[in-house]
Design a protein around this ligand. Structure first.
Ligand code: FAD
Ligand code: NDP
Length: 514
């Protein structure tokens, strides 16, 4: 444990309050670290605060996942699933279940209520575990001392001090560097946005863009996604193709190859004070393609979903001497140590880490245990499964076919794949039976170790979680194929895979029960 030089604080009322651990950031990683450390008896201070968006949206404790990420996103995704079931209900004989439109205000209200109750639960948990929660902005004074400035209008300053400090400050959405970018919103505003979005342009081609576009399309808003290069880079190409086909079927238009050049409020002559909740003006976007040709279109809302970036300027990491990567993220080693003794970093803010909640939580739990519980266990970032919650979900663990080819060579691999129709779509007639798809990549030679599992279908995340456990244990294709399937369900399609790409046989939908 690094020693802190003793301070003479006997008669000093402004002396820092001493803790065993200070955690900066009360999101997935910070909360997990605090709770873990406290469970081993550490005296913990957790400092969390949110910089409102340019449109004034703000939220409580819990970080991105709980307030403007996974949770509101999944609730809205589920709202769309429910809408689809209502469409299907009539086919099964249900009466008077006709969909008569959707009320955006109701959806955002129930989502907001759920977020607020989560904020409350986190506060109660911190209190129960004896963790001191500062709803305040944190900045380093030196490598053991942090200044907190309360989030209320009093801006009360309190100095706190600890031999160990964890930085888990997460990321915020990027805005493009183009004129008029401020007329767009981001996922930080989306889930509680009061105005129904109307005709919407979503810029970006990764998780956030495609998930939000799927929601908007399913809720009945005219939706366009602007993809400047390729969608879902890093995911298996065959699977991405199915996701994009499904998005098109869910009323999402794709604008390939364009980038936004400028954004203008229609009919706006002079700069007006930003008051987006009241603004009803249309937004004109000028696009430019690779050949330099310009086009334009008019929207009610633009959502920038072009990636996320650190916001560390006001944290004064320089006062502690913490090194940053070129990306602006913090450099930390496999033990989450930064270059400064006693200062650690985890979650999205660390260079090279997956920007996902479960790894941040697990890393936090393990760090707490290493710092205060005599554990030596390090976080293992291999075999982390992930799901894109588009209308037809894509879930994946391990290598894509493209990555496996590169690493092992196509001759050394066997690719099993198959299309299937999930039970949910059998009766509500849909002409495309090949809506869902699964692929397992394994080594060609015995023991045919599985290198990647991919699943595009309904409830893909639920399907993949169990397979991810098996994957982590190093299963073989023999293990998958010799597992007697559960019937009828979608997950059995993975166990039933028998057609390889090498065979050239048709992987289209096979018979259902034998
Ligand atoms: P965060 O959760 O971002 O927490 C950081 C906290 O620190 C924030 O509260 C921030 O305001 C606070 N903070 C920053 N600076 C200071 C300071 N100086 N003083 C005090 N407090 C400060 N991941 C999944 O696994 N599954 C999903 O389905 C999923 N969906 C997502 C959907 C969207 C729209 C987005 C944007 C993200 C999604 N993610 C998802 C990613 C996930 O939310 C993040 O990976 C995760 O929240 C990262 O946790 P973290 O602790 O590193 O940071
Ligand atoms: P990503 O960093 O994953 O991707 C950014 C996307 O924006 C890319 O498609 C990129 O395209 C595009 N882009 C970048 N700049 C521009 C520009 N100027 N104009 C047009 N397009 C641009 O960002 P996300 O915001 O989608 O997600 C951030 C992270 O959050 C994810 O990586 C994921 O880890 C996490 N997340 C997880 C979710 C889940 O688990 N379900 C859901 C949501 C987020 P190009 O390839 O051309 O550069």
């Amino acid at each position: 444990m690094p020693a802190i030089p003793p301070k003479d604080t006997a008669n000093d009322s402004s002396a820092p309050i001493e803790y065993d651990l200070i955690v900066i950031g009360g999101g997935s990683g910070g909360l997990a670290t605090s709770k873990s450390a406290a469970s081993f008896g550490a005296k913990v201070a957790l400092v969390d605060c949110v910089e409102p968006t340019p449109h004034g949206t703000s939220w409580g404790i819990g970080g991105t996942c709980a307030n403007v990420g996974c949770i509101p996103k999944k609730l809205m995704h589920h709202a769309c699933v429910v809408g689809k079931e209502v469409d299907h209900a009539k086919t099964y004989g249900w009466k008077n279940v006709e969909k008569k439109g959707h009320d955006w205000a109701t959806l955002t209200q129930v989502v907001d209520d759920r977020i607020k109750s989560n904020n409350w639960i986190y506060r109660v948990q911190l209190n129960e575990k004896g963790i001191k929660y500062y709803k305040a902005w944190a900045s380093f004074v030196d490598k053991h001392t942090v200044k907190t400035v309360s989030a209320d209008k009093n801006k009360t300053e309190v100095l706190i001090r600890a031999p160990k400090i964890v930085v888990a400050t997460g990321l915020r959405p990027k805005y493009p560097d183009i004129p008029g970018a401020e007329h767009g919103i981001t996922s930080d505003d989306f889930f509680t946005w009061k105005n129904p979005p109307g005709k919407t342009l979503v810029a970006g081609a990764s998780y956030v863009a495609l998930e939000l576009a799927g929601v908007l399309g399913d809720l009945g808003f005219e939706t366009e996604v602007m993809i400047r290069s390729r969608p879902l880079k890093g995911f298996d190409n065959d699977c991405v193709e199915k996701v994009m086909e499904a998005l098109a079927k869910h009323s999402v238009k794709i604008r390939y190859g364009d980038e936004a050049k400028r954004v203008d409020l229609q009919g706006e002559k002079k700069k007006v004070k930003l008051n987006f909740e009241k603004r009803r003006k249309k937004i004109q976007v000028t696009f430019i393609n690779k050949s330099g040709d310009e086009t334009s279109d008019v929207y009610d809302t633009i959502i920038w979903a072009i990636g996320r970036e650190p916001k560390l300027e006001s944290v004064h990491l320089d006062k502690a001497g913490i090194k940053l990567a070129k990306s602006g993220k913090i450099i930390a080693d496999e033990s989450d140590r930064t270059n400064v003794d006693g200062i650690y970093a985890l979650g999205d803010i660390v260079e090279g880490r997956p920007e996902l909640t479960p790894p941040a939580i697990r890393a936090g739990q393990l760090l707490g245990a290493r710092l205060f519980g005599c554990s030596f266990q390090l976080m293992d970032y291999t075999g982390v499964a992930t799901t894109v919650f588009t209308p037809i979900e894509l879930s994946t663990v391990g290598l894509t076919e493209e990555q496996a080819n590169e690493e092992y060579g196509a001759d050394n691999l066997e690719i099993y794949h198959g299309y299937f129709t999930p039970f949910e779509f059998i009766i509500p007639q849909d002409n495309d039976k090949e809506q869902c798809y699964t692929k397992v990549i394994c080594k060609r030679n015995d023991p045919r170790t599985v290198l990647g599992i991919h699943f595009v279908g309904v409830n893909a995340a639920e399907v993949m979680q169990g397979f991810a456990v098996a994957f982590k244990k190093g299963i073989t294709m023999e293990d998958i194929q010799s597992t007697v399937a559960i019937h009828p369900c979608s997950a059995e399609e993975i166990c039933k895979l028998s057609i390889t790409k090498r065979s050239g046989n048709d992987p289209k939908v096979q018979g259902c029960c034998g």
